[in-house]
Design a protein around this ligand. Sequence first.
Ligand code: COA
Length: 210
Amino acid sequence: MDVVIFGAGGLGREIYDTLLTINAGGQGTQYQVLGFIDQVKAPGTLVNGVPVLGGSEALAALRGRAAMIIGIADAGVRKKLHQQYRADFAFPNIIHPTAQVSGFARLGSAILIQAYCIVAANASLGDGVMMNAHSGVGHDAQVEDYCAIMSYCDLAGGSQLGTLSFVGTGAKVIPSTRIAAESYLCAGTVVFKDVLEKSKLMGNPAKIIG
Ligand SMILES: CC(C)(COP(=O)(O)OP(=O)(O)OC[C@H]1O[C@@H](n2cnc3c(N)ncnc32)[C@H](O)[C@@H]1OP(=O)(O)O)[C@@H](O)C(=O)NCCC(=O)NCCS
């Protein structure tokens, strides 16, 4: 499958590594990365040997010819890109070969699951959700559309993460806790109680700071 990665920053380069790992395993879909789409880096710049094709204007020539993978963690940007381009580009689910995804989990589209993640039985991930390395989503947990979960996070069984929420690295949510939409968990936050939408949380136990 021919693909472009939107964003040549840290996450975009991590995704490129994941695609190389998938290809090296020789199982399932193989990915040919045509290039990065990047609003800042000059067209023609090589990023880990892969060319920057240009900013979003470069996508016009690729409609119907390539799939897109979103390489930006910001949840709002993930939603905007998916909704703007999904009529013209496929958005494959990219799952690192070391991740364990239950056959009973439900996955939307445009999902990214990085190395050593676990998605447990009957969990669900909505469209555009990303999980960076070593994160877990427990049994029956629900992660709504476009949430971005950074590395080493744990959303325990039955917990819920409302749409467009961001979970900073190392954050944890105890079982059956509801984090409402557009919330922001700072790095290392441990959440023990339900919180309302647009909550900014920090610390252990988590305190609302905004
Ligand atoms: C919460 C956050 C947004 C704050 O950023 P900031 O406003 O630039 O804050 P600062 O770095 O200026 O720190 C301000 C104070 O808060 C403390 N602090 C910052 N982040 C904290 C966190 N996650 N938990 C507890 N304390 C924190 C700092 O130690 C500092 O304390 P001090 O005033 O006693 O020195 C950021 O630290 C964070 O957690 N971001 C998540 C990033 C992430 O996970 N990214 C994914 C990987 S790329």
